[in-house]
Design a protein around this ligand. Structure first.
Ligand SMILES: C[S@@+](CC[C@H](N)C(=O)[O-])C[C@H]1O[C@@H](n2cnc3c(N)ncnc32)[C@H](O)[C@@H]1O
Length: 234
């Protein structure tokens, strides 16, 4: 595992307990982004389908999916033991429908094909060429009809707009009670050391190159974006 990934894995292990409270404050619109993903799932509540959640974290969105779709089965991957442990207890009531894997998802999918793949705030942890090949691999392992739904931070192609996004991100943290020292530390630790956001334009290109036939940006709040690709859906 490369040093950046090790750093990321260590931080998620160390912060797992505080994750849920923190992520809501750090990602402006986090719960609404999850809601947008729920609204884009192209299946009916009584359908049986296989979901793959890459970077499941604490399992908040996975729980909503398992509740709304009682015949859905979930496979999830996360390389943080602590996140997987949290997830296992949150999803205990669904234990007969879930498989949780403590692995690195980087261009490494669990065997079999899936109908829905979700990646929420996790794709940006990969280097750009790995993001592109991951999208291709997911398309290959997706059934028809199928969907890849992504919610993530992106970067603007324009430094002027990136600065506006970063100022708004800092203001949102201040509004949520964090002091400037904490905010600058987060910026250095997270944004500069661990996160590798890509432009939305590049990611849409990678979806196109992978041959998704419907590609859509369905949610956006500044640099946080909900988008994805659909395969074989009329
Ligand atoms: C910001 S959290 C997002 C969690 C969840 N999807 C959500 O919506 O809150 C990112 C998660 O991805 C996991 N992760 C990041 N890179 C990974 C990798 N290469 N392999 C497996 N898990 C990874 C982290 O451990 C963490 O739990």
């Amino acid at each position: 595992m490369n040093p950046r990934k090790e750093e990321t894995q260590k931080r998620f292990d160390a912060d797992a307990k505080a994750y849920e409270e923190r992520i809501i404050k750090h990602v402006n619109g986090y719960l609404d982004l999850h809601l947008s993903i729920m609204n884009m799932i192209p299946f009916k509540p009584d359908q049986a389908f296989k979901v793959l959640d890459l970077g499941i974290g604490s399992g908040r969105l996975a729980k909503q999916i398992l509740e709304k779709y009682p015949k859905a089965r979930l496979t999830a991957v996360d390389f943080s033991d602590k996140m997987i442990a949290m997830c296992r207890s949150r999803l205990a009531e669904f234990s007969d429908r879930i498989e949780l894997l403590n692995e690195d998802f980087d261009n490494n999918l669990p065997p079999g094909k899936f109908d829905l793949v979700i990646m929420i705030l996790s794709l940006h942890h990969l280097e750009d060429p790995d993001k592109a090949s991951m999208i291709k691999l997911i398309h290959k392992n997706l059934n028809k009809p199928g969907a890849l739904l992504i919610g993530d931070l992106t970067k603007s192609a324009y430094p002027r707009i990136t600065k506006i996004y970063m100022d708004l991100w800092r203001q949102n943290l201040r509004d949520n009670g964090y002091d400037d020292g904490h905010i600058e530390n987060c910026y250095r630790e997270k944004y500069q050391k661990e996160d590798i956001p890509a432009t939305l334009e590049d990611q849409l290109q990678w979806l196109k190159a992978a041959k998704f036939d419907q590609i859509e940006v369905f949610w956006k709040r500044y640099h946080f974006v909900g988008f994805g690709g659909f395969k074989g859906i009329k």
